[in-house]
Design a protein around this ligand. Structure first.
Ligand SMILES: [Zn+2]
Ligand SMILES: [Zn+2]
Length: 446
């Protein structure tokens, strides 16, 4: 049977991309994430999905038969899932997978998944995880798959080089060149070029950001946060995404340069420790630890790290940089932040104004007179970065994904196919693909 591929989810949205490649009755599907589209909320905190059947019926989960436990569907073809990284928009549906469906991921992705399980934010369901070393080749049925590291704000993120029958595919995952490992992304592109892909699936999250003029590099964060902390004698709070433990290094450096102590949420400290993080001089935020998972409580007890409670912070905020989460902001009632305090948004949730919780965040900060500043570093390359990778890779055909403006991702010298639902793509589509014109690269009017 000829190689064919289809798109189940994630066209013209950020994340949630689910692509299936079929060869000889075998299916390889990547990724398995949940797109975040708060503008079209179908479930909420009252109207909750009971399980995967509800999520499928409402079009939230991908309509792929025979992979989810208990959805009543069947498909006996051998199927493997591959997951590029542990962001929810790439792995959010893996808790619903059947226990006998193999899930390929990098060893660091698996490490993060296990850490999330220990702190109550992981799938906690039996899964057939196949954790593989970066750069190793996995042969499965008619496929070979190589996980290749890229720079992203999540440990273990890998692109995939896939040989499927007589066609070769490269899937970029999410990537950037302004993190601490730009060499990963540049090496990926050079090796992808040598792989000679027939099809390149590449992300275009920032298709509307031409360059990085307004982007903070990951390596500049420690300085910026340290500067902010030295600018006030009051409290400093940071909101970050714990699935990016490397960022804690920047908080530690900022704390050292501003002669403050870093206070981490216990769950975040645990994840950081699983990736070799240095917790010397770090304290743990002690509110509500009794509600934590037993594994986490035991780790906290073993760690011997000092604890700092909201009551300890009251009147002493100038001594600390505090890792704060959105739900824990209720503790501001007990802390009573002193005037002049600052709240640094370092890519935690809520991520931005499109999130319904964003207005609430702003309201709480106003109530407690904390000054909001964004000091984060995006996990995604600019349009120019992405196009330079496409130039280097020079695929036979480009298929832009993971973007609100995928038509902006393209070059007039590289044939392009715009992904569409309900289409089965084959080698003939590659042969027929045309290079876009300049006009084709303009954003579509809403
Ligand atoms: Zn993503
Ligand atoms: Zn990501």
């Amino acid at each position: 049977m000829a190689t064919a591929w289809t798109f189940h989810k994630g066209i013209r949205t950020i994340g949630g991309t689910v692509i299936e490649i079929d060869v000889d009755g075998h299916r390889l599907i990547f990724d398995m994430g949940r797109g975040f589209e708060p503008g079209s909320v179908i479930f909420d905190h009252e109207l909750k999905p009971r399980g995967i059947r509800d999520l499928r019926r409402l079009g939230v989960a991908p309509a792929v038969d025979g992979i989810f436990a208990g959805d009543g569907t069947r498909d006996d073809r051998p199927t493997m899932i591959a997951v590029s990284h542990m962001h929810l928009d790439h792995m959010g549906f893996i808790p619903y997978l059947r226990a006998d469906v193999p899930v390929l991921m990098s060893e660091d992705s698996h490490r993060l998944l296990q850490a999330l399980d220990a702190v109550h934010d992981g799938p906690r369901t039996p899964l057939d995880i196949r954790a593989v070393a970066v750069d190793s080749l996995t042969s499965w049925g008619p496929f070979t798959i190589e996980c290749v590291a890229v720079d992203h704000d999540c440990p273990g993120t890998t692109a995939f080089f896939i040989t499927a029958g007589d066609l070769r595919f490269v899937y970029s995952a999410d990537l950037r060149q302004h993190g601490k490992h730009p060499d990963y992304t540049l090496d990926f592109a050079r090796r992808a070029h040598d792989f000679k892909p027939d099809v390149l699936f590449i992300e275009g999250t920032r298709a509307d950001s031409e360059d990085n003029d307004h982007t903070i590099a990951e390596t500049d964060l420690a300085q910026r946060i340290g500067d902010a902390a030295r600018s006030t004698k009051a409290g400093v709070y940071v909101l970050f995404y714990p699935r990016h433990p490397e960022r804690v290094d920047s908080f530690r450096a900022a704390a050292a340069s501003s002669e403050r102590e870093l206070v981490l949420q216990p769950a975040h400290a645990y994840i950081y420790a699983q990736f070799g993080g240095n917790l010397t001089g770090v304290s743990l935020y002690s509110a509500d630890l009794a509600a934590a998972r037993p594994e986490l409580q035991a780790w906290v007890a073993r760690s011997g790290l000092p604890s700092v409670s909201p009551e300890d912070l009251r009147g002493s905020e100038h001594r600390f940089i505090v890792d704060m989460t959105y739900p824990r902001m209720v503790d501001f009632v007990d802390i009573e932040p002193a005037a002049g305090g600052i709240f640094l948004h370092c890519n935690g949730t809520p991520l931005g104004p499109y999130d319904p919780n964003w207005n609430n965040l702003m309201h709480w900060l106003q109530t407690f007179q904390l000054d909001f500043t964004y000091v984060g570093s995006t996990g995604h390359g600019s349009r120019t970065d992405i196009l330079s990778l496409v130039t280097t890779i020079a695929p036979r055909v480009l298929m832009p994904i993971h973007s609100k403006s995928p038509e902006r991702i393209g070059l007039t010298t590289v044939p392009r196919l715009m992904p569409a639902y309900g289409r089965v793509y084959t080698k003939a589509d590659i042969d027929d693909a045309k290079c876009p014109t300049e006009a084709d690269l303009q954003p579509l009017a809403d």
